[in-house]
Design a protein around this ligand. Structure first.
Ligand code: HEC
Length: 121
């Protein structure tokens, strides 16, 4: 009887946990996006690496644009092209090219990191 209850609780947690996890984005779209204390290395670089390096690393510098490494990325932050491109603002080529835009939260993180000084942290 004791075991039965244990299994019941366990499977309940499992099921509930699963549902909660699936719907989390829908239920709390903004709570999920933390824009506090962002770090270039752990928060920003992974977004750029996985969405932009296929065309803009040093080897594949499509359009003559390399975003690999902080110093290179900084060039396109300073001239406002990076934000213009990822926010699909008029006058800029929408990026990433020919695919869905970055997630809202990824854009928010990049903007927050830039407005706090775009530090190489
Ligand atoms: C599939 C290839 C591809 C991907 C992925 C891609 N780009 Fe580009 N990007 C290009 C090409 C090609 C150009 C040259 C302009 C054009 O053809 O639109 C360009 C141009 C740019 C420019 C200059 C924009 C302008 O208005 O002149 C910036 C900034 C840029 N990319 C940033 C990014 C960022 C940031 C990402 C990732 C979020 C990204 N790109 C992903 C291919 C790509």
């Amino acid at each position: 009887m004791k075991y039965f209850r244990y299994i019941l609780v366990l499977s309940f947690c499992w099921t509930f946990g699963g549902c909660y996890y699936d719907k989390e984005e829908e239920l709390y779209p903004t709570v999920e996006c933390s824009v506090e204390n962002l770090s270039f290395q752990t928060d920003i670089l992974p977004i750029i690496e996985s969405n932009c390096y296929s065309c803009h690393d040093a080897a594949n510098n499509f359009g003559g644009i390399t975003l690999e490494g902080y110093n290179q990325l900084k060039v396109y932050i300073n001239n406002d092209q990076l934000v213009g491109a990822i926010k699909h603002e008029s006058g800029f080529s929408p990026m990433p090219k020919n695919t869905a835009p970055l997630l809202e939260c990824e854009i928010e993180k990049i903007e927050a990191w830039i407005s706090s000084g775009a530090l190489n942290n």
